[in-house]
Design a protein. Structure first.
Length: 316
């Protein structure tokens, strides 16, 4: 609470905090809905995953640099020591994660890949218990088991086992890449959580900067996309799904508790499933939808439990 709100009556302070929280929820919903259209931009661009990642980094870097210029927050980008190491490490991991995610979408579908990746909060919880000896409650343990069952349903594994239908090696590899991507995002989250002196937006800027530099050789060696719609879709990946979406999401995160953030993170995969069905007519099977709902319920339990057991602000 800031000094201005401290001087207000209790009712006014409560109204102020409630309005701030409502605003944060709407910001996170808006950010999740924007990210839900990411797969559409990727498919319409029609480029290889590495090309798409480089353009996402390049245009994302331009968008975030413009944001820092408008808000005059340049000092947040000046890092040193452990903060710089954390930012560069997170940047390398983020680039690898984006490549795996885009590859997973090509091999499975937008909805399946996005849902599978969102097992990440449970991996963060497991890593926290292993490395930092954080306590896992019984409710969290049950929720984790429910999430694993939901994951099996959402990926289509159970449907295939019941019907006797098999999957191509490409599809199975796509599921594996999505799971590896989830592990990578969990690692990025842990790095960001323990990084001191690095704001979330500065970390995003460094991620894009690292990716733009590391992959700068790719379009020169493999050719540039033809001028036309492909460039607009690729620009959208960076400007909308990295620049604008990150600004909106982090603005929402700053106003909410860890539990609410964990729950609202599921707006992204839910909207990805809905957008893919609306645009391409690819609906999930009833079994897959049950799996998505099970993962959502498990995420609600984990988010609430984390907020209760750890009375601390979210560091992202």
């Amino acid at each position: 609470m800031n000094s201005s709100s401290a001087s207000l009556p209790v009712s006014s302070v409560s109204d102020h905090l409630a309005a701030r929280e409502r605003g944060g929820m709407w910001l996170m919903v808006a950010g999740g809905l924007m990210l839900g259209t990411l797969g559409i931009f990727l498919e319409e661009a029609g480029q290889s995953p590495l090309t798409a990642v480089w353009f996402r980094c390049a245009f994302g870097l331009l968008a975030l640099t413009l944001w820092f210029a408008v808000t005059r927050r340049w000092r947040e980008l000046r890092l040193s020591g452990q903060a710089r190491i954390a930012a560069v490490s997170a940047g390398v991991l983020a680039v690898v994660n984006w490549v795996m995610f885009f590859e997973a979408i090509e091999r499975t579908s937008i909805g399946v890949a996005t849902v599978v990746v969102h097992v990440q909060p449970f991996l963060v919880m497991a890593f926290g218990a292993w490395w930092w000896k954080e306590r896992i409650t019984r409710a969290q343990g049950v929720a984790t088991l429910a999430c694993l069952v939901g994951l099996a349903l959402a990926s289509g594994w159970v449907d295939g086992a019941l019907t006797g239908a098999g999957w191509s090696a490409s599809y199975l590899w796509g599921i594996a890449l999505a799971l590896l991507n989830s592990v990578g995002y969990a690692a990025v989250t842990l790095i960001a959580n323990r990084a001191r002196g690095v704001s979330p937006l500065a970390l995003s800027w460094w991620q894009c900067a690292v990716g733009a530099v590391v992959l700068a050789w790719w379009p020169f060696v493999n050719g540039w996309p033809p001028m036309g719609p492909a460039w607009a879709w690729l620009a959208g990946l960076g400007a909308i799904h990295t620049g604008l979406a990150y600004v909106v999401l982090y603005a929402g995160v700053a106003r909410l508790s860890a539990g609410r953030v964990a729950v609202l993170q599921f707006v992204y995969p839910a909207s990805a499933v809905a957008v893919e069905w609306a645009v391409y007519g690819r609906a999930l099977s009833p079994g897959q939808l049950v799996g998505v709902l099970m993962m959502l319920a498990a995420l609600v339990v984990v988010g609430t439990q984390r907020a209760v057991s750890k009375d601390a602000p979210l560091r992202r």
